[in-house]
Design a protein around this ligand. Structure first.
Ligand code: SF4
Ligand code: SF4
Length: 119
């Protein structure tokens, strides 16, 4: 069986046909190997009383896994929380953008021991 799929190759997204064994794809007449790579996974920590609900971490997360939660700190600010969907590839990859972006030094990421396998 041949399936039609989209692949990211560098900055270019290609439409390709994949054989059911999943090892090879044909794109623009060339045969490409599908590579599965191990990516880091992150664990987010929030120092609750520092958060000012500015949302910078949420807006800048490239994986869009941070959301505003229902939990509030003692100043009444809603805290960010992580919401992952591993089946769709939405996981924290421990890139550290949220940590760099936070003006209050209120969020930090710890890399987990386990890695995720992704195409
Ligand atoms: S470490 Fe990266 S992927 Fe994980 S929540 Fe922060 S910005 Fe998002
Ligand atoms: S960037 Fe920092 S202060 Fe702003 S919402 Fe995120 S954790 Fe809170």
């Amino acid at each position: 069986m041949i399936r039609q799929r989209l692949y990211n190759v560098g900055l270019v997204t290609m439409c390709a046909r994949e054989k059911s064994d999943g090892d090879q794809v044909q794109a623009s007449g060339k045969v490409l190997l599908i590579q599965r790579v191990k990516v880091p996974r992150g664990e987010i920590h929030v120092i609750e009383d520092r958060c000012k609900q500015c949302r910078l971490c949420i807006e800048l997360c490239p994986k869009e896994v941070l959301k505003e939660s229902e939990r509030v700190n003692e100043k009444g600010y809603r805290l960010p929380e992580i919401v992952e969907e591993p089946e769709t590839g939405k996981i924290c990859v421990a890139c550290g953008f949220c940590e760099l972006a936070c003006p209050e030094y209120a969020i930090w990421v710890k890399e987990k021991k386990e890695k995720a396998l992704m195409e």
